[in-house]
Design a protein around this ligand. Structure first.
Ligand SMILES: O=C(O)CCC(=O)C(=O)O
Length: 293
């Protein structure tokens, strides 16, 4: 059963200074986690997609780390992943829940774009591998092919805290309403996706997709981006944001490094569902199985 939904404070780190130097990237992410925790005492801190490496399919094999999480007990001290060790220590040190953005993960022959989650004791409690790979080609604008080096994850994931059930996705996953809808129907109160949109699809779709997923599922929805760096190979859109279940934007960053805080209020979730009761009005007797239609 999902935990009862209680108020909590969310902190999203729009991380800057992501360079080719992995050690420095991990160090900077750690500093920003400590800063986010000290400034405002959040309950849950979030990092962006690809925080320990530059973003691009050619970088993934170089920066990938072995995590080896099976969903059962996990010994962080024996982890082969420097990023996992830092994230676990930072969660423990700050006594805060932590969604550790994403890192390229190696598992046997395969590479994944992977998000790990830690509880305030520093235990790794959940892992989500990006299900839908970012393969797009908009001539003259952007071509990106994660599937050149990555494999898509094949599971849907959420985790329970003492204040809410939180559903996970990564960036391009937001374009697939099925994932968000299933998480919401499994009792998630908030869906949080590390992401890194770009200068073409960012202005067009970053906000509308989040507001759509929030309003069609009546959940809180947040995406956490890296800051924009015009000297990098990939120019992230930034605009980290949190949306409430009525599709209202609670906070939004610009394009620079920043830490955003949002107070998540369960009464907004409850009144949205009571006032516009779509969650109980669905007509599954009418809808065909969309995978067959
Ligand atoms: O869907 C988009 O437009 C961008 C997706 C993306 O940047 C990603 O999946 O990393």
């Amino acid at each position: 059963m999902a935990p009862s939904f209680k108020p909590f404070k969310l902190a999203l780190i729009q991380l800057g200074n992501i360079t080719a130097n992995k050690v420095e990237n991990i160090k900077h992410a750690r500093e920003m986690i400590l800063k986010a925790a000290t400034n405002n005492k959040p309950d849950l801190i979030v990092l962006p997609e690809c925080f320990n490496s530059p973003y691009g399919h050619m970088h993934f094999p170089v920066y990938a780390e072995k995590i080896g999480f099976t969903g059962k007990s996990y010994n962080v001290a024996q982890s082969e992943s420097e990023s996992v060790k830092m994230l676990s220590n930072a969660a423990k040190e700050t006594k805060t829940w932590l969604i550790g953005g994403t890192i390229p993960e190696r598992d046997g022959e395969n590479l994944y774009n992977t998000c790990t989650v830690y509880n305030p004791d520093g235990n790794l409690v959940a892992l989500h591998r990006k299900v839908h790979l970012f393969d797009i080609d908009i001539p003259g604008k952007i071509t990106f092919k994660e599937s050149e080096t990555l494999t898509g994850g094949s599971t849907m994931n959420y985790f329970d805290t003492e204040f809410a059930r939180i559903g996970l996705g990564i960036c391009y996953d937001v374009r697939f309403p099925e994932l968000a809808m299933i998480s919401a129907r499994r009792g998630c109160h908030a869906l949080i996706y590390p992401g890194a949109f770009n200068m073409t699809t960012g202005p067009l779709h970053w906000e509308i997709l989040q507001r759509a997923r929030a309003v069609d599922n009546q959940v809180f929805f947040a995406m956490c981006s890296p800051a924009r760096d015009l000297t990098a190979g990939y120019h992230a859109w930034g605009h980290t944001m949190v949306v409430d279940p009525m599709a209202k934007i609670l906070v939004e960053a610009g394009d620079a490094e920043d830490i955003l805080y949002a107070d998540i209020d369960p009464t907004v979730f409850e009144s949205a569902r009571a006032g516009i009761p779509v969650t109980t009005q669905r007509r599954f007797d009418v809808y065909p199985d969309v995978s067959r239609s």
